[in-house]
Design a protein around this ligand. Structure first.
Ligand code: XMP
Length: 540
């Protein structure tokens, strides 16, 4: 985003939610995005920038405080990246985390050395702080009163450590291996933590982040869903002027929230196109039409293109070929529909912040290498549409909260993720309409039972998979050879790794008998007990 230092400097009576921003300088830690999320959870806007950022951009950003992230390199070796001097010249509080603390120590004349004992994982630190950042925080249970100092349960992950404080700093926490596990120069507002407050294993982590951004930096916590909604609506209206906007609605959270926001900003100048590819979940199309068409009164053009997709998929059994065909057919259908519209000047997309901060880029301290996340591929060049991406600054949980504020149904916001190619990659091998119909029903039964047993929200993704093999079943007096359905349910934080969910046997049993009894043409149900790795979440 572009911030406006001049506007900020002026005596603005109503603070803009972006006026109070925390700048996060990324040194390549795997946790940098978590820092940004914690700051946002504290109600303060935050933005991640690479450590070699142009100093002028930092000044223009005019942050209320700066956080220096962790990182894989070594300050001790002198070769590791340093913070741009400007962050210490702004006169705002600075918090260095892990590598960031070492950067602070070295910038102010302290010493960093490779530690003989590396600390990775859980640690207990003694809280020595009487001043501000950690003062009074404790994870002691019963004997707190009897201890002279309190203890904090934290997450450590470091090799190097600060072994000599810079002049003016005091130690505010210690462990047996790291006597300088945290430091502060209260006068200058400069802090360092060897441990990671952004990681949930650090019990008081959120409290520490709030101390920093609300207490020490003096932010007011203006970054809240209703204020974010108002701000985004005003900015969309500003960007779009009086042009028409086109949006591809998928049924997913990001495009749904984008539609609701843009509609609030431009009303009936928004047209949504919803392509039913015949590979959606049960009732998905009707639910989208009910929420957007009936409830919000948005102009949604539904295109029933199931047959076209099925025809394009005849004879194709390679998963990547199926993905390509489904993607390309979607673009063709969307383009045709878009071509019928007049007065469209903008294309709205549900790109969110993690799509923007390319994860590979963040890991190398190049978090501002922007990956343009085109959910919708090439539209006819002659349409020459401008891009509107109102969720570019938001994390997924913020998008959900915003959706609630905008009045979207919880069932739509809290739904498990669904892959773009839909049931196309959940029918192994060649896809056809009959397989899709059976799978859709089996999947719906599984989901219904998960909801009824209050397990739906305890797993992160659950679905049925269609295995077109002939397995024997005995129906009445006869033997029948029919396909199999596999049930998959996983628990995961980031979908990069996952464990299979230990669903109650009674629940699996209920699902299995309902599927075999209610869905014609399924002889057998199995439950997938493969983790990721070695498996993947989807079967193709
Ligand atoms: P895997 O199977 O790779 O899935 O463990 C991880 C997550 O990604 C989703 N997924 C996809 N999403 N298009 C998508 O939009 C795809 O082709 C695709 N393949 C997998 C999957 O549902 C899970 O959430």
């Amino acid at each position: 985003m572009s911030t406006n230092a001049d506007a900020r400097a002026a005596d603005a009576p109503t603070p803009d939610i972006h006026d109070e921003a925390i700048l996060i300088v990324d040194f390549g830690s795997q946790y940098t995005q978590l820092i940004a999320r914690r700051v946002r959870e504290a109600g303060v806007y935050s933005e991640i920038v690479p450590c070699d950022i142009d100093p002028e951009r930092v000044r223009a950003f005019a942050p209320r405080g700066v956080i220096l992230s962790g990182g894989p390199e070594s300050v001790a070796g002198e070769s590791g990246p340093r913070a741009p001097a400007v962050v210490f010249e702004l006169g705002v509080p600075v918090l260095g985390i892990c590598y960031g603390m070492q950067v602070v120590a070295s910038a102010f004349g302290g010493r960093v050395a490779a530690s003989a004992t590396r600390e990775f994982g859980y640690a207990r630190v003694e809280n020595l702080d009487a001043g501000g950042l950690l003062a009074g925080l404790s994870d002691d249970q019963s004997d707190h009163e009897s201890c002279e100092t309190s203890q904090l349960d934290v997450w450590m992950s470091h090799g190097d450590k600060v072994d000599q404080l810079p002049p003016g700093f005091t130690a505010i926490a210690r462990t047996p291996h790291a006597p300088l596990a945290a430091m502060a120069d209260i006068e200058r507002g400069i802090y360092g933590l060897q441990f990671h407050p952004e990681v949930t294993h650090t019990e008081q982590g959120q409290a520490i982040v709030e101390r920093f951004v609300l207490g020490i930096c003096g932010c007011h916590g203006l970054w809240q869903s209703d204020a974010i909604a108002d701000d985004l609506v005003a900015r969309i209206a500003d960007q779009i002027g009086d042009g028409g906007v086109l949006l591809a609605l998928s049924g997913g959270v990001d495009s749904a929230v984008t539609a609701a926001l843009v509609h609030r900003a431009v009303g009936d100048r928004l047209t949504c196109v919803f392509v039913d590819n015949g590979l959606l979940r049960e009732n998905e199309g009707d639910a989208v039409m009910a929420a957007f068409g009936d409830h919000f009164g948005i102009d949604v053009r539904r295109v029933d293109a199931g047959e076209r997709f099925m025809t394009a998929l005849v004879g194709v059994d390679d998963p990547e070929a199926k993905r390509r065909i489904i993607g390309n057919t979607f673009i063709e259908v969307f383009e045709e529909e878009a071509g019928r519209l007049t007065n469209v000047a903008w294309l709205a997309q549900g790109t969110i912040y993690p799509d923007v901060v390319e994860s590979a880029g963040a890991a190398t301290g190049k978090a501002d290498l922007i990956k343009s996340h085109h959910n919708v591929g090439g539209l006819p060049a002659e349409m020459n549409l401008g891009l509107v991406e109102p969720l570019r600054e938001l994390f997924k949980d913020e998008v959900r909260a915003l959706g609630h504020t905008l009045g979207l149904p919880g069932s739509m916001l809290n739904r498990h993720p669904f892959p773009g190619p839909g049931l196309g990659v959940r029918i192994l091998g060649e896809v056809n309409a009959s397989y899709a119909a059976r799978l859709r029903r089996a999947d719906a039964i599984f989901i219904e039972e998960l909801v009824a047993a209050e397990w739906y929200d305890r797993v992160d993704q659950a679905f049925a998979v269609f295995l077109p093999v002939s397995s024997v079943g005995v129906m009445g007096d006869g033997r029948r050879y029919e396909p199999v359905v596999a049930l998959r349910a996983v628990q995961t934080v980031d979908f990069m790794t996952a464990r299979w969910a230990w669903l109650p046997f009674e629940l699996i049993d209920r699902v299995s008998s309902r599927i075999v009894n209610e869905v014609d043409g399924i002889s057998r149900v199995v439950y997938d007990v493969t983790g990721k790795p070695p498996g993947t979440i989807e079967w193709e």
